[in-house]
Design a protein. Structure first.
Length: 259
């Protein structure tokens, strides 16, 4: 089999997997679009979040705080805390992608859980790095397109329903975060941090404005991460399996959309 034929098969495999990830993650966008409109954001604001922010967990967090009556500052800080990990992904992906200029800005926009996991699941040395780079770009484009199309459908559907809350769409946010969190609870430390964070949030809820208990719970996780050091290091520094190129965390469910 020639090298060209081998690369053709690899490329097809990467594109197929990337498309599947995009469709699966995009499905969450319908819930986000509907809930965002139900929370009081306009159609334009909802679409701007998906087009420009493009990180599902942060988008759900922002809308969740607003829907609970929280202020814009608390909503923004909550979304920012959840998005910080993408910066760490960027540090890991920089030597893989090797991009500069405008292309680097696009790569930064597409650096999320799914693109990082898909790229690092490929052998970085295979095909002179083309496989890993293709996995990143193909997954990023796929998720971006399907996520925004789904947001559009959800937002339009919510507008047609009139009052989406009457259909129980306010349950989408906690359901999405449970779907995000559950696959990541591997081992005693993550479980302990999750439980302590939940207790802190619940204890502060009667006394603080909406959104602030979530920030306090997030600080618990930040402090635990700083104290634990490498033991709780993110995917950006996790050891790679030489045979499969996969990480345990890569198997986590999509973060309520592009995370």
């Amino acid at each position: 089999m020639t090298a060209a034929a081998t690369w053709t098969e690899e490329r097809r495999s990467v594109v197929r997997d990337a498309t599947g990830v995009g469709i699966a993650v995009g499905a969450y966008g319908i819930g986000f679009g509907a809930l965002s409109v139900a929370s009081g954001l306009t159609f334009a604001q909802t679409m701007a979040l998906s087009l420009l922010m493009f990180t599902g967990a942060s988008q759900f967090a922002l809308v969740g705080v607003i829907s609970a009556g929280g202020g814009s500052i608390a909503a923004g800080l909550t979304a920012l805390l959840l998005g910080v990990r993408n910066t760490l992904y960027g540090l890991r992906m920089a030597p893989v992608l090797q991009v500069t200029g405008f292309k680097r800005a696009i790569a930064a926009q597409l650096t999320i859980d799914e693109t990082t996991a898909m790229a690092l699941a490929r052998d970085e040395d295979a095909f002179e790095g083309r496989s890993a780079r293709l996995a990143f770009w193909a997954t990023g484009l796929s998720v971006y397109v399907f996520w925004n199309l789904a947001t559009l459908i959800g937002a339009l559907g919510a507008g047609a329903l009139g009052d989406p809350r009457a259909f129980g769409l306010d349950a989408v946010i906690p359901a999405a975060f449970l779907a995000l969190l559950w696959p990541r609870l591997k081992g005693r430390d993550p479980w302990a941090i999750a439980i302590i964070s939940a207790v802190v949030a619940l204890a502060l809820t009667p006394f603080l404005r909406p959104g602030l208990p979530v920030l306090a719970a997030a600080l618990v996780a930040v402090i635990a991460g700083l104290r634990a050091g490498p033991a709780l290091a993110p995917i950006a520094s996790a050891p790679r399996d030489a045979q499969t190129g996969a990480r345990e965390e890569d198997g986590a469910a999509p973060g309520g959309g592009p995370a």
